[in-house]
Ligand binder design. Structure first.
Ligand SMILES: NC(=O)c1ccc[n+]([C@@H]2O[C@H](COP(=O)([O-])OP(=O)(O)OC[C@H]3O[C@@H](n4cnc5c(N)ncnc54)[C@H](OP(=O)(O)O)[C@@H]3O)[C@@H](O)[C@H]2O)c1
Length: 235
C-alpha cells in the first residue's frame, strides 16, 4: 500500500453517509499538499455506482473545484473491493454479513473500515442493538480473513455534515478503534484530512461498542431538542 496514493472503496457509497464520504475523500486530492486518493464507489449495481461517481464529480465541480486531478469511479461491491487497499463499509448492519461473504476473496491483507452502527427504531427513537460479539466492529472482525485489519471510525458524524463540503468545516471528533496500530494510523490520516473531523485514538476494537452506541444518542438528542446533524467534541 502506498500511503501517498491510496485506493479506497466505499461500499454502499451510493447511500446517505457513503455519498458524503466519497466527496470528502475525493476532496483530499484537490487540497494543496493533499494526498492522492483514488475513490471507487461500490454498489450492488455497477451502473448505479458509475452514475454516483459521475454525480460526485458534478457536485465537486458545482462547488467550484477543478476535478481534473481526481479519480472517482464506480463498480460492483466485489470489483470495488478487489481494486482497493482500504474498504469502507457504508451499509446498514443487517446487510454486512452477506456482503462480507460476497467480497471475502477481496479482503486478504486489506484494511476494512466500519462506521456501521447496529440500531433499531423503537417508536420515535433509536436504540443501540449490538450483536452477540459486542459491537458491529467485532462482528465484522469475526467475519473477515485473519489478515484483514478492521478499523472502527466515522460513527458520530452525520451524513448531512459530510455532504456539505462548502459550509461544514466544523471539526467534530471521530474516535478510531483498532487492534492493528499501523492500520489505525492510516485511518487516522484519512480522518484528519476529511476537512470536518479530528481523529482521536479510542484504543482496541473491543471499545468500538462505546462509540457505536453514541450514534443513536446523537439522533435522539437532535429529534427531541429540535436540532440537526449533531456531532461530538470531547474537548
Ligand atoms: N447516515 C448517517 O448519518 C450515518 C452516520 C454514522 C454512521 N452511519 C452508518 O453508516 C451505514 C450506512 O448508513 P446510511 O444511512 O448511509 O445507509 P443507507 O443510505 O440506507 O444505505 C447505504 C447503501 O446500502 C446499500 N444497500 C441497501 N440494501 C442493501 C443490501 N441488501 N445489501 C447490500 N447493500 C445494500 C445501498 O447501495 P446500493 O443500492 O447502491 O447497493 C445503499 O445506498 C450504517 O451502518 C449506519 O449505521 C450512518
Amino acid at each position: 500500500m502506498n500511503p501517498e496514493k491510496l485506493k479506497i472503496a466505499v461500499l454502499g457509497g451510493t447511500g446517505n453517509i457513503g455519498e458524503g464520504m466519497v466527496l470528502r475523500l475525493a476532496l483530499q486530492n484537490l487540497m494543496a499538499g493533499g494526498v492522492k486518493n483514488e475513490v471507487i464507489i461500490g454498489s450492488r449495481s455497477p451502473e448505479t455506482a458509475e452514475e454516483a461517481a459521475k454525480e460526485a464529480l458534478r457536485e465537486l465541480e458545482n462547488c467550484g473545484f477543478d476535478t481534473s486531478g481526481t479519480t472517482i469511479t464506480g463498480n460492483s461491491n466485489l470489483e470495488a473491493a478487489k481494486a482497493a487497499d482500504i474498504i469502507i463499509l457504508t451499509i446498514r448492519f443487517t446487510h454486512v454479513e452477506p456482503l462480507l461473504k460476497e467480497i471475502r476473496e477481496a479482503l486478504e491483507g486489506k484494511i476494512v473500515v466500519t462506521p456501521v452502527v447496529p440500531m433499531v427504531k423503537e417508536g420515535p427513537l433509536f436504540e443501540y442493538r449490538p450483536p452477540a460479539e459486542g459491537s458491529a466492529a467485532q462482528a465484522i472482525k469475526e467475519r473477515v480473513p485473519e489478515s484483514t485489519k478492521v478499523v472502527a471510525a466515522f460513527h458520530n458524524i452525520a451524513a448531512g455534515k459530510l455532504k456539505d463540503i462548502v459550509q461544514c468545516k466544523a471539526v467534530h471528533d471521530s474516535v478510531v478503534c483498532s487492534d492493528d496500530e499501523e492500520a489505525k494510523k492510516v485511518v487516522f490520516e484519512l480522518v484528519r484530512h476529511m476537512g470536518c473531523l479530528k481523529p482521536l485514538d479510542g484504543g482496541p476494537l473491543k471499545h468500538a461498542n462505546t462509540i457505536e452506541s453514541l450514534t443513536p444518542l446523537l439522533i435522539n438528542l437532535a429529534k427531541l431538542n429540535g436540532m440537526k446533524d449533531l456531532g461530538i467534541n470531547f474537548s
